[in-house]
Write a protein of this length. Structure first.
Length: 531
């Protein structure tokens, strides 16, 4: 989207931006006042792998990765559940998780455990307990890898200790029985001494293996210690009512922007010049603002009764563009239609006629809406004669069935309505009628029913040299407009361009910008055109 489109969105939806931003701010303020202050307490722990010494450069790098892992583990359920149990908290572990934030300190082996709570003392207790529980669980988890071999060694050592004690007792008993040993006793004493020596050697070997495993366990165990315990919590700036109010306003603003973009995406109505040109493939020849009331000639015919108004100027600019198009393409009969009712085609046709007549053109307005005619109401003319009477005239002048409603401007109303209106449009005399009117004027403007309502515009397309399509801003749907263009193309008519009607002003009376000089050729004077 171009910048001006975003500006237009802002112009149309500023009230929703302000409304939702205000609602977000109000909700934030209310929640901040009701919730009260929140306190934060932080415990810092140190993670390193070298026991009994400060960490080196390589250990710092390894410790950082371990710290990242531990930061996640400290927020998991096993740790939090133990904290809840140890401190007798009346809260679920999942709820406690929402109060805890664990984050490694950048470029260090330090991890900070921050707890937010309404009670500053309890915030500190929870932070310290999380650290203590995690350290205990970490030691247990890492020690479990060596538990089985150490247990087996302890069992063997215990058995050897028992064997050594038993052998030593047998040897002492043999030596204490008499001062002089018999040859048989001497042999037994030597055997016991050899067995005792064997047991003692095995015992020493097992003790050495036991110590080696314990040393390996100590070297392989990540060391975690408390670097700084949490003290009484301090009030968090983010918990103040002003900050929460600002956050609520920001959330409301972001939400309103998202909602506006969603509405615009889902909306299928035509809003801008770009929308019309994208759907129709035809140029925009004019943009007309909102005329609040079109029920009276004074309000509808702004080019006649309110010539200094913005809308009157917009119609004159539209007429100027039409002059260029008519001059280039030798258009003598222009059909004006729309997709659906209430898009402003009749009012537009009338004001185009007046604007061209004021510029010196001889113009004939023809009301071909034989079902629901309305041009005679716009000009406050009777409808006793017109198209329906002219078709059945007997060698009378065709202009006798039209009335002069302004200088250079004649109006041929529909005439008395008939039940066979569709058949009248198919009559060969209808072609003759329009051809004759072309010889009497510089331009014949034909007002027709909406193209998506009845088939009349398709029948009338053969009478005109080109078609001008009315599109109502924020009402005409893209899908309907696309079908209308398809109908016009299937009828064999040429779509000259489109007019975007009821465009909302910017407050200063101006509308969207568009190229009023779309056609390069200069406007032809009425007396320069071939009759």
């Amino acid at each position: 989207m171009e910048l001006r489109q975003y500006i237009e969105l802002l112009r149309r939806w500023w009230w929703l931006l302000i409304l939702l931003t205000g609602v977000g701010a109000a909700l934030g303020f209310a929640s901040g006042r009701l919730a009260g202050p929140v306190y934060g307490a932080t415990t810092t722990i140190l993670v390193y792998q070298a026991p009994g010494a400060l960490p080196g450069a390589e250990q710092v790098s390894q410790g950082q990765r371990v710290a990242d892992t531990y930061a996640e583990l400290m927020q998991q359920r096993p740790v939090l559940a133990a904290v809840v149990q140890n401190l007798h908290l009346n809260i679920e572990p999942d709820a406690l998780k929402g109060m805890v934030r664990v984050s490694p300190v950048r470029d260090t082996n330090l991890v900070e455990i921050t707890v937010s709570h309404k009670d500053p003392h309890l915030a500190a207790d929870i932070a310290n307990e999380i650290a203590a529980v995690f350290i205990d669980q970490n030691v247990e988890a890492q020690s479990a890898r060596y538990a089985e071999p150490l247990s087996n060694l302890q069992a063997e050592i215990g058995q050897l200790q028992a064997n050594i004690a038993s052998t030593q007792a047998d040897l002492d008993s043999l030596n204490s029985g008499t001062a002089t040993l018999t040859p048989q006793q001497s042999q037994e004493s030597a055997r016991l001494q050899d067995l005792l020596a064997s047991y003692q050697a095995s015992y020493a070997t097992l003790l050495d293996r036991f110590e080696q495993i314990r040393l390996a366990q100590a070297q392989a165990t990540d060391r975690v210690s408390i670097a700084e315990q949490a003290i009484i919590g301090k009030s968090l700036p983010s918990s103040s009512a002003s900050v929460i109010t600002l956050e609520g306003a920001l959330a409301g603003l972001i939400g309103s922007i998202g909602l506006i973009l969603l509405i615009e995406y889902l909306s299928d109505t035509i809003k801008t010049q770009e929308d019309v040109e994208s759907v129709t493939g035809a140029p925009i020849l004019g943009m007309i603002g909102v005329i609040p009331d079109t029920n009276t000639p004074e309000s509808a015919l702004v080019t006649l009764f309110d010539q200094n108004s913005v809308n009157a100027e917009a119609y004159r600019l539209l007429a100027a563009n039409l002059e260029h198009a008519i001059s280039q393409k030798s258009i003598r009969a222009l059909l004006v239609t729309s997709s659906t009712p209430l898009e402003g085609k009749t009012t537009t046709a009338a004001n185009i006629g007046v604007s061209l007549a004021q510029a010196g053109w001889q113009v004939i307005l023809v009301d071909m809406d034989l079902r629901r005619p309305s041009l005679h109401k716009v000009f406050q003319q009777p409808n006793k004669q017109g198209v329906s009477t002219a078709l059945f005239r007997r060698d009378s002048d065709v202009m006798e069935h039209a009335a002069l409603v302004a200088e250079n401007l004649h109006l041929m109303t529909s005439g008395p309505t008939r039940s066979d209106a569709p058949d009248m449009l198919r009559m060969p005399k209808m072609v003759e009628l329009i051809d004759e009117l072309k010889t009497r004027a510089d331009l014949v403007i034909i007002d027709t029913p909406p193209a998506m309502v009845v088939a009349d515009p398709i029948l009338l397309a053969r009478l005109a040299d080109s078609v001008l399509l009315l599109v109502r801003s924020h009402m005409t749907r893209s899908s309907v407009l696309r079908q209308t263009v398809s109908i016009i193309e299937r009828s064999g008519a040429t779509l000259l361009g489109a007019v975007l009607n009821r465009v909302r002003s910017h407050g200063d009376g101006s509308y969207y910008y568009y190229d009023y000089n779309y056609y390069d050729a200069p406007a032809a004077k009425p007396d320069q055109k071939n009759k």
